[in-house]
Design a protein around this ligand. Structure first.
Ligand code: CU
Length: 139
């Protein structure tokens, strides 16, 4: 409970707290990779998009099972309920960075801007610095 209180105070101006953001490091000439993180909204918002200077196209993707085959598709709207943490993780909801402009090496910082739309239609952005690596960050 004490930890939650600290997070809430430090994020008083942000609608959404980003935690544990990481991006999968790439090999040379790899064109796409994923980014993963935990998102906690202070009020109900909808994740409606993302962008990054290192990728030409950034989409929110979800995985789904279709006749026994895992597929991923763009999720244009991902609702976040106030106070509930959603986890973007490998094999599940994720940020897909495509048309990569450079190799993403382990240890690098990958800037991401997430866009959220509130119930009144207002749009806000939250900066997420993902750490590049090959596995989730230790908690
Ligand atoms: Cu994807």
């Amino acid at each position: 409970m004490a930890l939650l209180a600290v997070v809430a105070v430090s994020a008083v101006h942000a609608q959404v707290t980003v935690d544990g953001a990481w991006a999968r490091a790439t090999v040379p000439n790899q064109s796409a990779t994923g980014a993963f993180m935990r998102l906690t909204a202070q009020k109900d918002v909808v994740l409606t998009g993302a962008s990054s200077p290192v990728a030409g196209i950034v989409e929110v993707h979800e995985m789904s099972m279709d006749k026994g085959i895992m597929r991923m598709r763009a999720a244009d709207r991902v609702p976040l309920k106030a106070g509930q943490t959603i986890e973007l993780k490998s094999g599940d909801l994720h940020i897909m960075m495509m048309d990569l402009k450079k190799q993403i090496k382990a240890g690098e910082r990958v800037p991401l801007t997430l866009s959220f739309t509130a119930s009144d239609g207002s749009v806000s952005t939250v900066e997420a610095n993902a750490t590049a690596g090959f596995a989730p960050l230790a908690r």
